[in-house]
Write a protein that binds this ligand. Structure first.
Ligand SMILES: [Zn+2]
Length: 234
């Protein structure tokens, strides 16, 4: 089942996030907070927050690459070989004209992070900068150490949520790319069919979509799936 792999990898990453933000909290507590409002305080906090986010971001990129490799390979029928971040596959008929192509997972991730997902509306890179400034501001305006810890926890929760969504989004994008590369034109929408499915997704359950027209995931925490669908002629 799709998502099992995502969940497994993401669990490890969630631990890394917790460790990074806990260590940020410890470092902040070590600062002299009487001087926080002075320029020096801002610089010190800003540096520590930046370091934490950079670590989480860099690790996230590696994970997004892992996800796209896995899901592209999973959905592409014509894979011929795999080497590092690259997957080779062919397009064209098995017995006729064939052309070899390359799926470059790192490039796929870079391109992905630049574009806006029209439904889950955010540009990850812009949000990234914004999150850092917001975290720095809220830490600097905290009046005591308990409040600082609370602000660090909030920042961690936001990062966690967005990183998880970025993982889900890119998994699906790579999955679709793989189907596309195999020449699959239609897919069937499948919800998890449990009580957590929202009404919007529920309406789509079992429906057939053109692969180049589909928008999925539809919202934060959407767990819907797609499977290839072959349209019967006649
Ligand atoms: Zn859904």
């Amino acid at each position: 089942m799709r998502y099992e792999y995502t969940d497994k990898i993401y669990k490890k990453y969630a631990l890394l996030i917790v460790r990074a933000f806990n260590s940020l909290n410890r470092e902040l507590i070590g600062l002299d907070f009487d001087e926080l409002n002075a320029g020096e305080g801002y610089k010190a906090v800003s540096e520590k927050v930046n370091k934490t986010y950079k670590k989480c971001y860099d690790e996230l990129i590696d994970i997004l690459i892992l996800f796209s490799l896995h899901y592209f390979e999973d959905s592409c029928e014509n894979v011929t070989s795999k080497n590092g971040d690259k997957i080779k596959y062919f397009v064209g008929k098995r017995d006729g004209f064939r052309k070899e192509k390359t799926f470059d997972a790192r490039k796929f991730v870079e391109k992905y992070l630049e574009k806006v997902n029209p439904i889950v509306k955010y540009i990850f890179n812009n949000e990234y900068e914004r999150k850092i400034s917001r975290a720095v501001e809220s830490i600097l305006t905290s009046s005591n150490k308990a409040e600082i810890k609370k602000q660090v926890d909030i920042a961690m929760k936001y990062w966690n949520r967005q990183a998880k969504q970025a993982g889900d989004n890119i998994s699906m994008a790579a999955y679709i790319e793989g189907f596309n590369s195999s020449g699959i034109e239609y897919v069937k929408w499948e919800t998890q069919e449990d009580e957590r499915v929202c009404p919007t997704c529920s309406k789509r359950d079992g429906k057939i979509y053109r692969i180049d027209k589909i928008i999925i995931p539809l919202h934060y925490n959407c767990r819907c799936n797609i499977v290839p669908y072959i349209k019967k002629t006649e």
